[in-house]
Design a protein around this ligand. Structure first.
Ligand code: GLU
Length: 548
């Protein structure tokens, strides 16, 4: 056949050979066992939570082994590209501590295996496509859109497998003369793989997560180069992962079905494939059933959601580690203080079937993580987040960082510490009563306290209030106030003789609590007053007394 001549007329401008690129991008010099991994996001403007999951896995695999982790932007599909999206991906990943050793960065590219944007690698793909044509493993296909539509319609009508294969792959065997004529006439064409269909044959491949897989051999003449000369993902990533000397590819399950194509492409080029590791899909429980976490239906599928809600990046990372490796939680229980990087991550402890994404579990993990962050640092995180997301509370928070830190620190050093802070939006709702702008009367006055008693109790409390009292002295005053107004100084006195009293000291402190914070449940009242400060405490009691 005239494969070489065909290659020449299709790619007259390609002067380099694959061997040239082999030399230009030599094998990396790395310690034994070092892994080279990458992340290859497409700049569509949407970063899925699953992308971060995969990023962490790739990052760990490389860095744990003394290898290299790089970022390649897979931007060969102009239709999907959103301007600025590559930068947004980098920024989003950086927020969660995902650091690359080489590849596309905000300041340009770094590394010796670039360019790392696929849109800048057209010559390289064309060179490898030319080699495939020259060796008979690829061919030009001039089928028009209308012809392809007709194929599809016929296949649909006959309930046949869609795609170009067998007799549908009509341009597989065009003569050299025919190709020359069509190229000379300027007919648009794609370059297709000439699949080596062994009708029904299976082959075995070792997946880094799933173990040995028996897969059907590829039978489709898939597109390698589009009419505009741009490569498809299939060709581009095969060429790139080879030339960038990638050893392991951890990627989403959605790529498993095209693995036979990818393996065939490596074989056609005479190259060894990397170890492919296909992760399971993130699922969500809905009633009795589980379904895929959907970009369209579930806001929590987007990485942006966690930032908007004010999740601390460390919490999201910790949670993802719990679903990344089945033994992470056990390790964490034994190493509560350790940096998560000390955990030995392995691909074979990754889930092979659907991974349940559980928002409640994320919140529990987050509460635990936040407990380990010093109050001042947590305060800075919260205030910055409030400012970044344009929350109206931002100014008040930033206005007094010490105040905020003390609020966040309440009850965190107790033997049984409070664990109720989970994420920004929730924390703000939770601590809103510390700020005059957001304090709201949420609970009504206690029902058993006659309404006329409320201003009297509050007035008496204000009169006797000494901000310097310690907890005991302070409570003694409340007891006295209770007694003076017909309430038992101790709940047990009231229980013994309920007829003698209107209520007990607990009712009196409930009134004070509601006056101060608008709610009947709150952490320790004395401590809250100490944080609110004397002026704010007095002002709130006085205001409530006049309101009641
Ligand atoms: N560009 C592909 C995507 O965004 C990357 C897949 C891979 O990691 O190989 O889904």
């Amino acid at each position: 056949m005239d494969y070489e001549k065909t290659a020449e007329i299709l790619f007259p401008d390609v002067r380099e050979t694959p061997e040239y690129y082999e030399e230009r991008y030599p094998a990396r010099i790395l310690p034994q066992g070092a892994r080279v991994t990458r992340l290859g996001p497409s700049p569509t403007g949407f970063v899925h939570l699953g992308n971060l999951y995969v990023a962490f896995a790739n990052e760990r695999l490389a860095h744990q082994s003394g290898g290299v982790f790089f970022l390649r932007i897979e931007d060969t599909d102009d239709k999907r590209e959103v301007p600025g999206a590559a930068e947004a991906v980098i920024e989003a990943l950086d927020h969660y501590g995902v650091r690359f050793d080489e590849g596309v960065t905000l300041a340009g590219e770094s590394g010796a295996y670039g360019p790392y944007r696929q849109s800048l690698r057209g010559d390289i793909y064309r060179c490898f496509a030319k080699r495939l044509v020259a060796s008979g493993r690829a061919y030009p296909c001039f089928l028009t859109g209308a012809e392809l539509d007709a194929v599809r319609a016929e296949q649909e009508a006959g309930k046949l497998t869609p795609g170009l294969y067998g007799r549908w792959a009509a341009h597989r065997a065009l003569s050299f003369e025919e190709v020359r004529r069509r190229v000379a006439a300027g007919e648009p064409h794609v370059i297709r793989l000439r699949a080596q269909d062994d009708a029904g044959a299976h082959f075995t491949v070792e997946d880094g997560i799933r173990g040995a897989l028996s897969l059907p051999q590829n039978s489709m003449d898939i597109v390698l180069l589009k009419t505009n000369g741009m490569p498809t993902y299939h060709l581009a990533h095969v060429v790139d992962d080879h030339l960038m000397r990638t050893t392991h590819v951890i990627r989403g399950e959605e790529w498993l079905s095209s693995l036979p194509v990818h393996i065939e492409l490596f074989q056609a080029l005479g190259l060894d494939p990397p170890v492919y590791c296909h992760t399971a899909v993130l699922m969500k429980q809905e009633g009795e059933t589980r379904r895929k976490l959907s970009k369209r239906k579930d806001p929590e599928s987007s990485l942006a959601y966690y930032r908007a809600e004010g999740y601390h990046p460390r919490a999201v990372r910790e949670y993802l580690l719990t679903i990344l490796n089945s033994n992470f939680e056990e390790w964490r229980a034994e190493n509560p203080e350790a940096d998560a990087d000390a955990f030995a991550f392995t691909t074979d402890k990754m889930s092979r079937s659907g991974i349940l994404f559980d928002a409640d579990k994320l919140n529990d993990v987050s509460k635990e993580v936040l407990l380990g962050i010093p109050a001042a640092e947590l305060a800075a995180f919260l205030a910055d987040w409030a400012e970044e997301t344009g929350r109206p509370e931002a100014a008040s928070l930033k206005g007094d960082m010490r105040y905020l830190a003390r609020i966040l620190d309440i009850g965190r050093h107790d033997a049984n510490p409070r664990k109720d802070l989970a994420y920004g939006a929730q924390i703000l709702a939770f601590i809103g009563y510390f700020y005059d702008e957001t304090v709201r009367a949420e609970d009504a006055w206690p029902e058993n306290v006659p309404r006329a008693d409320v201003p009297r109790l509050l007035g008496g409390y204000l009169e006797g209030y000494r901000h310097g009292d310690d907890r005991t002295a302070w409570f003694e005053r409340i007891r006295a106030l209770a007694e003076a107004n017909g309430y038992a100084a101790k709940p047990k006195d009231f229980k013994k003789n309920p007829g003698l009293y209107k209520g007990h000291v607990g009712d009196v402190s409930a009134v004070i609590r509601i006056a101060l914070m608008g709610r009947k449940n709150s952490p320790d009242l004395w401590e809250i007053q100490q944080i609110l400060g004397e002026a704010r405490t007095r002002a709130r009691i006085a205001a409530a007394a006049t309101r009641a």
